[in-house]
Design a protein around this ligand. Structure first.
Ligand code: HEM
Length: 391
């Protein structure tokens, strides 16, 4: 096994020593497999895509899919817990939400902070802890999503904003279909703190703020708060899992010198790292009617466990020179009606971090002297990843 694959395996085992290997093992046995008491595991890319593209037969807000989990915390209008016409209509009204200018306004202030920190700490010969730095970046993005500029009086620090967002999303665990009453109470308290400034920005109607922009696109205050909550909740863990894994993969596979010298190869490397790490490893749906999928009979109400992680990872080891087959393309961002609406923000955050690190590498190479895997988490991730200059 290559060092890159070995570290990814350690991350999976750290997240869940039984479930991750089991999901991969079962995926290699059959493309679709009924797991009594759990649901129907779908592990092949074209079948995962088929389910995601069919909004009539498969819904996200069913009794045991993932959407409904969030309703008691963020209310019923948070995209992730909507289906059918109502969801489609809201997505249609959100068309044009992310222009290059609006993405830059949200990501650039936080990315500038990260850029400064990485350059300063590495230039002075110190060590940078990348997971913490990416959490700061994600917190800065949250502050913009809430409509709070960097210099607002009483503004919570980026790290606290990240922790609040993460306190909501990290409550979900593989194999836990609902939130407990204390979790719901904790989640609501966090949403309450985050919603305060977002409501103020919405009422201020300033189109330069994210909530003001949502108002300009015709969202009611409740819709806007649902959308802001969804963004804060869904966009934190995935990103903080992915960016350090991307950096580790590039270092472990010896690709950094080539990428620092030739940036035209960066998009393919990032895309392949998304495929290989699959930061959103599993999606859930409920079947609405009896039917058949990959030779397995489905009953109305069946829970489908869409194993993006197997569908993408079974295509092979990390290799940015190999093209992704069409059926798997961008599957890590979903497909169909619920396709990741935050992808432009995610890509801007990913690209700004990797470009900064490659600039530094070009000036003076760095390495990873120490790292630590997270244990008992939903999405495999590093707890710490240290970078320090070589020599
Ligand atoms: C590498 C980073 C990311 C990955 C891999 C990712 C992946 C995904 C996937 C797979 C879905 C579809 C889930 C499903 O169909 O059940 C999704 C939906 C979504 N994502 Fe992302 N995401 C990322 C980053 C972000 C960011 C940074 C944000 C916002 C700040 C975001 C906001 C959303 C929202 C709001 C939805 C729900 C869309 C809907 O239901 O209509 N994501 N994401």
């Amino acid at each position: 096994m290559t060092p890159a694959a070995l570290w990814e395996r350690r991350l999976h085992l750290g997240a869940h020593p039984v479930l991750y290997p089991l999901i991969r093992g079962l995926g290699s046995l059959r493309p679709v497999l009924r797991l009594p008491g759990l649901g129907v595991l779908v592990s092949e890319a074209s079948l995962v895509r088929q389910v995601l593209m069919d909004q009539e037969r498969y819904v996200k807000n069913g009794p045991s899919a993932s959407g409904g989990l969030w309703t008691p915390v963020v209310g019923p209008k948070a995209l992730v817990n909507m289906d059918g016409h109502e969801h489609l209509e809201l997505r249609r009204r959100l068309n044009g939400l992310f222009t290059p200018r609006s993405v830059a306004a949200i990501v650039e202030p936080a990315a500038a902070g990260l850029h400064e920190r990485l350059h300063a700490e590495l230039r002075s010969g110190g060590t940078v802890e990348l997971v913490g730095a990416v959490k700061e970046l994600a917190g800065g993005v949250i502050s913009r999503l809430l409509g709070v500029p960097e210099d607002a009086p009483g503004r919570l620090p980026n790290r606290e904003l990240f922790d609040l967002g993460s306190s909501i999303s990290s409550m979900v665990r593989l194999g836990r279909p609902a939130l407990t009453a204390p979790q719901i109470a904790r989640g609501r308290a966090a949403v309450g703190i985050l919603a305060g400034p977002a409501r103020t920005a919405y009422r201020g109607s300033d189109p330069d703020t994210f909530p003001g922009r949502l108002r300009g696109l015709g969202m009611s205050e409740e819709e806007a708060m649902g959308i802001v909550s969804a963004f804060v909740m869904v966009g934190t863990e995935t990103l903080v899992s992915f960016v350090p894994r991307l950096v580790a993969l590039l270092a472990d596979s010896g690709r950094l010198p080539e990428l620092a010298a030739d940036r035209s190869c960066v998009p393919a490397a990032v895309n392949e790292a998304l495929r290989f790490t699959v930061p959103s490893p599993m999606m859930l749906r409920n079947a609405t009617a009896p039917g058949e999928l990959g030779g397995v009979r489905l009953r109305a109400g069946d829970r489908l466990l869409l194993s993006t992680i197997h569908a993408a990872k079974c295509l092979g080891g990390f290799d940015p020179d190999r093209a992704t087959p069409p059926q798997a393309r961008q599957l890590w961002f979903g497909a169909g009606a619920h396709f990741c609406i935050g992808m432009p923000l995610a890509m801007a955050e990913i690209n700004s971090t990797i470009e900064t690190l490659l600039d530094r590498y070009g000036e003076r190479p760095w390495r990873i002297p120490a790292r630590q895997v997270s244990r008992g988490v939903l999405i495999p991730s590093y707890k710490r990843l240290e970078l320090a200059n070589v020599g």
